[in-house]
Design a protein around this ligand. Structure first.
Ligand code: PMP
Length: 397
């Protein structure tokens, strides 16, 4: 029989969430997560995936996954340090390091898991972490796993970061101090001010940690935000995910050999959670080869992003201060944002409403994620729907 306290807790909180319109309803996809998807028997132009380069459905990755699965099986059979390290894992890590321009890299089971792993392996009691207020949830949780003092600084507010770094260092209260930032902020598409962050870090001896989930495969010729700014030898931790531009699943840390050796010795998901399956690893290797071999997919992604952003602005919408393919259409009011997204859905466009608590109250937006695979015709369909719904809801004239 269910616990009474659990039942009343769940009932009360689920009811509240549903009443506030904050409970996610989830429609499963009846198709691959490509530029057009099928749900409930209907087709939609898909503007909500992180499949930036279209690699999630690329035949070359599928073939690599199938071949590796036939050869090695579906599971790796153990955690990395027992005997769950296949030659494939080593190959992937070598390729990731070469791709990122670092000495070494280590793979994890997801990007989320990677932040939990890496932050807590290095930071502890007596340390401090300076964290951008808009950092991803996995960074926040990774910080929570440490006993370090977490000091939030205003979003990309370099004066605030400098003042807090100075105060923390000069207080003498902390041994290690780390600054953590997303490379590209996932809800707005703006890029972290890494050159300034690195200068501040060097002035106050901060460890630098960049979660480049949305920059990898997208910026810096694909190598990410750190490469984009030419800072490869001045960042200690470059985190990436294998689930977005790479199109599969997993995460990694790229850094010096020492950093990687330490994570292999101390990070808990590496030690205590079964490693990535062979098919997944082989598909990731194929993806890195494709990204290194040609910039064509990245070029198409940026062209499509520019087309969509220009079209939305011409209609009179605001896309905020994005500097990447992430394209928010800013609306503000939560209810209006939900209504906008629901109307787009009726018009055959799948673009998710992003509202509090994912973003601050009053800053609701419909977030669009163009990919390399969208055709101009698909983007035009989306823009036509934006125009229709925007007029209907009195947002544009
Ligand atoms: N970091 C950032 C900045 C992200 O946007 C995400 C994905 N939402 C993650 C980490 C987690 O990555 P994954 O989906 O691979 O677990």
């Amino acid at each position: 029989m269910a616990s009474k306290t659990l039942s009343s807790f769940l009932l009360q909180n689920l009811t509240e969430l549903r009443e506030q319109g904050l409970y996610n309803t989830i429609d499963p996809l009846e198709s691959p997560n490509g530029p057009v998807i099928r749900m409930k028997g209907r087709e939609f132009v898909n503007l909500s995936s992180n499949n930036y380069l279209g690699l999630a459905t690329d035949k070359r990755l599928v073939d690599a996954a199938v071949q590796a699965t036939i050869r090695f099986g579906v599971g790796s059979g153990a955690v990395r340090t027992i005997n769950g390290t296949l030659t494939l894992h080593v190959e992937l890590e070598e390729k990731l390091a070469a791709f990122k321009g670092t000495e070494a890299a280590v793979a994890f089971q997801s990007g989320f898991n990677c932040n939990m792993a890496a932050i807590s392996a290095v930071m502890g009691a007596g340390d401090a972490i300076l964290s951008d207020e808009l950092n991803h949830a996995s960074i926040i949780d990774g910080c929570r796993l440490t006993k370090a003092k977490v000091i939030r600084y205003g979003h990309s507010d370099m004066a605030d970061l400098r003042a807090k770094a100075k105060e923390a260092r000069e207080s003498g209260a902390f041994e290690k101090i780390m600054v953590i930032t997303d490379g590209v902020f996932s809800m707005d598409g703006d890029i972290a001010k890494l050159p300034e962050i690195v200068d501040i870090a060097e002035a106050y001896d901060l460890i630098t940690y960049v979660d480049d989930a949305h920059g990898s495969g997208v910026l810096g010729g694909g190598a990410g935000t750190v490469k984009h700014f030419g800072l490869s030898d001045r960042i200690d931790f470059q985190i990436g995910t294998l689930s977005k531009a790479v199109g599969v699943v997993g995460g990694y840390v790229a850094g010096t050999q020492e950093v990687v050796d330490w994570l292999k010795a101390r990070s808990r998901p590496f030690l205590f959670s079964t490693s990535l399956p062979p098919g997944t690893v082989a598909a990731c290797i194929a993806a890195i080869d494709i990204m290194q071999g040609s910039k064509e997919l990245q070029e198409r992604l940026w062209e499509n992003a520019a087309y969509l952003q220009k079209g939305l602005k011409a209609l009179g919408f605001s896309t905020g201060h994005t500097a990447t393919p992430i394209t928010p259409c800013l609306i503000g009011d939560e209810e209006k944002t939900q209504r906008f997204s629901a109307r787009l859905y009726e018009e055959g466009i799948y673009a998710k409403a992003i509202v509090f608590p994912t973003v601050p109250k009053g800053t609701g937006r419909v977030r669009n994620m163009p990919t390399a695979e969208h055709t101009t015709e698909m983007l035009d369909r989306a823009l036509a729907a934006y125009e229709k719904v925007g007029r209907e809801l009195g947002m544009i004239r």
